[in-house]
Design a protein around this ligand. Structure first.
Ligand code: UTP
Length: 456
């Protein structure tokens, strides 16, 4: 392709002045760039909607028949036996740039809990500790960062003594990057010394799991299933026995949780079925007439939205190493500062560049026997994406408190409504199974309760 040749010539010329740029240019995967340009610039990323699709079917949150009730019970036990046997691992994607939040540091180091101000990473670590204690097994945790935040992330964990999980049970690695180009496909320079590079999207996690040796490490440990979740959702249940059990019993390559959308146009990816396969159509791509279709009972047909919680089989991920499967690139038009022909730094006010990203949910249509299990949004999803308003730190904290109130009232403990409650995630796994709880309260003041442990 001419544009690749043109880019090569320009970059080799410019890099004669800078060893750093020369190294970047040498390491650049030109054939990958060619695919990205082909898909996103010259074909304008017409990934296109599948032809014959319908709303995806999913397992409801609560069983709706005696048969389903039996299946859920069996699946729950099966899921627990997989966790107990050490066949499951936790996997967090934490390589995003968090531009909407604008927090200075890896997003996982953001304090998010209402009383103790625990960071996202601490919340997940303590939940994993609780699971390890309950199932008496080590649950390894894989954390994907980007080259931009890997060092800061590892430093954070080291400073916190790996939150008691043991350094050997954690694995940090960086995802790949892609260069940004202008709308004609010309590479952009962030400085005279460097290409404008950015993380290649959460879809990069599949290849990064392989390239980093994480999948090989999982094989050594006997791990068969990976629980995938995003770094910015404090409510996530890291290992849900019912979900994992259904996923394995149905021999699914990749399974997903779904949420019932609040309305036809909620900004969540939509699960759809194409024959026996599942895919996600982004909210902006679902045609309006489809979004508005309803069932006889008045519910919208395309109501299953994605909170980005998945379980993947390790041997399915391996297919991305062997090139049997490849994720398509998506085009994201962004403002990217760049050096112009005269060597001046230009800071654009309008999107001027294309970033190339892959999305993990594009693996779904490649997965055999995909399965979706509905989740209760209030229990599972309240991400920290924005500075204020919807999906902000404030809204997520409120949702954490409401969840804690619900849990306590389910255990017949009445706490005044305006009390701020925080429950230590280390005790979550036991909460689920326990009928009656006698609380031991720590740090109890008039309007705040922090619950660390309890006895039955
Ligand atoms: P988002 O799509 O919310 O992107 O990522 P972001 O970069 O965190 O935030 P904005 O859009 O710049 O405001 C969803 C999840 O995917 C991870 C993020 O860390 C988050 O957990 N992610 C995203 C990656 O790991 N790598 C990427 O290249 C992009």
């Amino acid at each position: 392709m001419d544009i690749i040749e043109k880019n090569k010539q320009r970059m080799f010329k410019l890099s004669s002045q800078s060893p750093h740029l020369a190294k970047q240019v040498e390491e650049l995967d030109w054939s990958e760039l060619e695919s990205a340009l082909e898909e996103c610039i010259f074909n304008k990323n017409e990934i296109g909607l599948p032809k014959d699709y319908g709303p995806a079917t999913y397992f409801p949150l609560l069983p709706e028949s005696t048969e389903q009730n039996e299946l859920y019970k069996k699946a729950y036990q099966h899921g627990e036996s997989l966790i107990r046997a050490g066949k499951t691992a936790a996997f967090t994607v934490a390589g995003g740039q968090g531009t909407r939040l604008g927090y200075d540091g890896p997003k996982g180091t953001l304090p998010v809990t209402p009383i103790k101000k625990k960071t996202l990473f601490q919340l997940f670590a303590e939940q994993i500790l609780g699971l390890s204690e309950k199932y008496e097994i080590i649950i390894p945790w894989y954390i994907m960062c980007s080259p931009l935040n890997l060092h800061a992330t590892v430093t954070h964990f080291r400073e916190n003594n790996f939150y008691g999980l043991g350094e050997e049970n954690l694995r940090f690695f960086a995802q790949g990057v892609m260069p940004a180009t202008d709308f004609e496909g010309n590479l952009l320079l962030a400085s005279m010394d460097s290409l404008a590079l950015s993380p290649n999207g959460h879809g990069g996690s599949l290849k990064a799991l392989i390239d980093s040796g994480s999948i090989a490490d999982m094989a050594k440990r006997g791990i068969e299933h990976v629980s995938y979740f995003q770094v910015d959702n404090p409510l996530v249940t890291i290992l849900n026995p019912l979900f994992i059990g259904l996923h394995d019993l149905q021999k699914s390559d990749m399974s997903s949780r779904s949420l019932t959308k609040t309305g036809p146009f909620e900004k969540l990816g939509n699960f759809v079925s194409i024959g026996d396969r599942v895919t996600i159509i982004e909210y902006s791509d679902l045609p309006e007439e489809k979004a508005l279709e309803t069932e006889d009972d008045g519910r919208i047909k395309y109501r299953a939205g994605s909170p980005a919680i998945h379980v993947l089989r390790c041997d399915f991920i391996e297919q991305f190493a062997r090139g049997e499967n490849k994720l398509p690139y998506h085009r994201a038009e962004k403002k990217v500062s760049f050096i112009n022909e005269k060597g001046e730094l230009i800071e654009p006010h309008e999107p001027n560049a294309v970033k190339f990203e892959t999305f993990v949910f594009d693996a779904l249509p490649m997965a055999k026997n995909p399965l979706i299990l509905e989740a209760d949004r209030r229990e599972e999803f309240s991400p920290v994406k924005n500075k204020t308003g919807v999906d902000s730190l404030e809204s997520s904290m409120e949702d954490q408190i409401k969840k804690a109130h619900r849990w306590l009232s389910q255990h017949n403990l009445s706490i005044p409504e305006n009390t701020t409650i925080e429950i230590c995630p280390r005790s979550y796994p036991s909460f689920v199974d326990t009928e009656k709880i006698d609380l031991q309260e720590e740090d109890l003041t008039e309007d705040k309760i922090y619950l660390t442990k309890f006895s039955v």
